[in-house]
Design a protein around this ligand. Structure first.
Ligand code: NOJ
Length: 749
């Protein structure tokens, strides 16, 4: 036995050395190595590679690894233990195949960045890429080389807790931000020891769960899948995303984990993807609960048949596939294909050359990481309202009341999906205001409520008393971290607990009231906006929330974030998104509301429009909305041509002027409507955006190049093409306000 081990170890060594001597970890060379290694593997070892475990006891794990029963582990983050178990894999398993160590590193590892929804609000993909790079560097210091991110699920329902983890409602924004995260995680080369393999998830349509209830069924027809839900995943393939994860939902009756159409026909067939596909946590076995498979064995077979390579934690592959093979329910070829995909990833990651941790521990919370996280918060904060320019706070403010359950909540500001960042490193708004501005302003802190769901009103009176003694009030409200994220859906999107009452009481003092909402989703804040003079919306900002918010309040930083989702007026208005289709009776801008209907009004539907009697059709704030301390003026929208062929590139130019007193940054957004299609089309779709920095008084010409090919969509015949005809274009400050122009796409002669 020993002799055999040595011989095989030597064979694997040869594989490794032959590769390093050719200095390439890419292309054909990797395929050769994959095939050679595969040819040495027993069936048991192959099944072991397809098995991902979430270990408990180290010795039990080590024994499993030694026997070659594990391809990947998740949720193991102690650097010493990771190295120790890797040593078992490399030195004590028969073939010495290294483990792939995974973790949900979603918006930072130790240094926590804003939740993805907040990162999307920056409309700054470069910054998002930098954040993902920081996360990869820090996570690799504990041996983590695979993250389950980005989540590129188009998310149009704030009841769904996982909207926090998304880049919002728009397919294009999800595609751009997902691409940025993939680039950041994977760096220049996957084989760099600080690179983490990214994972595009959840494939597919998970964000469309019925009623926003997590894990729920979706009923998305193929055309909508292709036009709305698939594009961010396609972009992930184009960005070289190393892995994909299936989703929990069944779409039109077929659980994604066994959806051959999605996993094979589209992902492998149409998109030629050669990465690795992992199931979601126990989503293979859960197909029994779905009523799609009679037992774990059938579930495993259906998952493999559909194209899942690795099973996360439910062990139905490893426990059943020998029997399934004997019964010819699966083929060896299918197993080999899956193992190839897994080994290819391990070779690409350079794990055979560098199985152990290289990144030093000192990278955690490095100063430059904290600085980047702070910049990300600065750009993610959205100014929703600023009456009478109450913000930024002026030097004549002598005393500032700081109130609210989120003012000094180091854990809650981190947001969902934070397993590794420690609240001890959080800089809260209260800490930052005191440290950075405490010498200029007298700060009176009175929380009012202890936490967001607090229903005890006894602390409200002292908060009001502090407010009365102040020149202005900043109240920090919102959601605790645990109210959003996986399996944390809500029906009621209003502020929890007595937070609205707190705001009402503070507003009654007549002092300038600045409300800062820190949350994991867009909440319904219609009343609170009315009561406040200014409103800043901050999706859970992470470690460096405090200093960034303090600098925005005092005007050192001018807000530039834009809403990556539409903000509803009432909970019952959702789902609500700007890129809806028109009905035959589109909503009027002016809508009759419930209080205006006479009692015993005659029954009629004539002239009625698509809207709610009690909320109208419009959002409280539209997608792409966000103010600045300065003002911007758009002018001179010009198109390079008003008739274009589908192969042309449309050049769009406009002038943007900073007409206010502050330097600022505007996110210029370009939307297009295909006016008439073979199927009905969205009323407008985001096609491009740019962040433009302008000094006070400065003007710039802004130019977009829009290939007409990017106006293609899946039409009636289910072909992807640009349909000739009339188009409308908007260039402006949000999805509702902009300069417009028309153009036409003509058929090629
Ligand atoms: C279940 C979640 O849906 C998925 O996003 C996550 O990556 C896995 N659990 C692993 O924790």
């Amino acid at each position: 036995m020993k002799i055999r081990n040595i011989f095989l170890g030597g064979a694997v060594m040869c594989l490794i050395l032959s590769c390093s001597s050719h200095a390439s970890t890419k292309g054909d060379r990797i395929e050769e190595r994959v095939d050679s290694l595969l040819s040495l593997m027993t069936l048991d070892e192959k099944l072991g590679q397809m098995n991902q475990v979430s270990p408990g006891d180290f010795e039990a794990l080590a024994a499993q690894v030694r026997r070659g029963e594990v391809g990947s582990i998740l949720n193991y983050v102690d650097a010493d233990l990771v190295n120790k178990v890797q040593k078992v894999a490399v030195e004590e398993s028969r073939l010495g195949i290294p483990l792939l160590v995974a973790r949900d590193v979603i918006h930072g590892y130790k240094t926590i960045f804003p939740i993805p929804l907040g990162q999307a609000a920056t409309f700054n993909p470069e910054l998002v890429e930098e954040g993902a790079r920081v996360a990869a560097v820090e996570a690799s210091s504990d041996g983590i080389r695979w993250t389950f991110s980005p989540m590129v699920d188009v998310s149009r329902d704030p009841r769904w807790g996982r909207i926090a983890e998304s880049c919002g409602e728009d397919p294009y924004l999800n595609a751009v931000m997902g691409t940025a995260m993939i680039k950041g995680y994977q760096g220049d080369s996957l084989s760099d020891p600080t690179a983490m393999a990214a994972c595009a998830k959840h494939f597919v349509a998970y964000g469309a769960a019925e009623g926003g209830r997590d894990y729920n069924s979706t009923f998305i027809p193929e055309r909508v899948l292709r036009n709305i839900y698939l594009p961010p995943f396609r972009a992930a393939v184009d960005a070289g995303c190393a892995t994909f994860m299936t989703s929990f939902n069944d779409n039109d009756g077929v659980p994604s984990t066994a959806n051959k159409f999605i996993l094979k026909d589209i992902l492998r067939g149409e998109w030629k993807y050669d990465g690795m596909v992992v199931s979601d946590w126990a989503s293979v076995l859960e197909m029994v609960n779905h009523g799609f498979c009679k037992d774990g064995k059938e579930a495993a077979e259906k998952a493999l048949n559909a194209g899942v390579d690795m099973e996360m934690v439910s062990a139905t592959f490893i426990n059943n596939f020998k029997q399934s093979l004997n019964e010819k329910k699966i083929t060896l070829n299918e197993i080999d294909q899956a193992v190839r995909n897994i080994l290819r990833l391990k070779f690409r990651l350079g794990l055979f050359e560098n199985p152990y941790i290289v990144t030093p521990q000192s990278v955690k919370y490095a100063d430059e990481h904290l600085a980047k996280a702070r910049k990300a918060v600065e750009q993610s904060v959205i100014l929703l309202k600023n009456d009478n320019q109450v913000l930024p706070l002026q030097p004549d403010i002598k005393t500032l009341a700081v109130v609210g359950p989120m003012a000094d909540a180091p854990y809650e500001q981190l947001g969902t999906w934070v397993f590794d960042g420690e609240k001890e490193h959080s800089q809260t708004p209260l800490m930052a205001l005191k440290a950075m501005y405490g010498d200029k302003v007298n700060i009176l802190y009175a929380p009012g409520l202890s936490y967001s769901r607090d229903k005890n009103r006894t602390q409200i009176a002292p908060a009001v008393a502090a407010a009365r003694r102040s020149d202005a009030i900043v109240v920090f409200v919102g959601e605790e971290s645990i109210l959003s994220g996986e399996a944390h859906s809500l029906t009621n999107l209003l502020l929890q607990g007595e937070q609205s009452e707190l705001i009402e009481a503070l507003a009654a003092t007549g002092k300038p009231l600045i409300t800062v909402v820190m949350a994991g989703r867009q909440l319904v804040i219609t009343d609170e906006v009315k009561e406040s003079d200014a409103v800043l919306y901050v999706f859970h900002p992470g470690t460096m929330g405090g200093p960034a918010i303090a600098d925005i309040l005092f005007g050192k930083v001018n807000p530039s974030g834009k809403t990556p989702v539409s903000f509803p007026r009432t909970s019952g208005q959702v789902p609500l998104y700007y890129a809806h289709h028109n009905t035959g009776r589109p909503a009027n801008p002016v809508e009759m509301l419930i209080d205006e209907i006479p009692v015993e009004a005659g029954q009629t539907s004539v002239g009625c429009r698509s809207f709610y009697l009690d909320a109208g059709s419009r959002p409280l704030y539209p997608f792409g909305y966000g103010l600045s301390y300065t003002t911007f003026e758009y002018s001179n929208l010009t198109l390079s041509a008003d008739k274009l062929a589908s192969t042309d590139v449309l050049t769009v130019t406009l002038n943007l002027k900073n007409t206010g007193r502050y330097d600022g940054t505007e996110v210029v957004q370009l939307y297009v409507q295909d006016k008439v299609g073979s199927v009905t089309r969205p009323v407008k779709e985001l096609k491009a955006f740019q962040r433009v920095d302008l000094k006070a008084g400065e003007s710039k010409q802004v130019t977009f190049s829009l290939p007409v090919a990017e106006l293609a969509f899946w039409g009636l015949d289910m072909h992807y093409s640009v349909e000739p005809g009339a188009f409308k274009l908007w260039a402006g400050t949000n999805s509702e306000e902009g300069l417009t122009a028309d153009f036409e796409v003509v058929s090629a002669k």
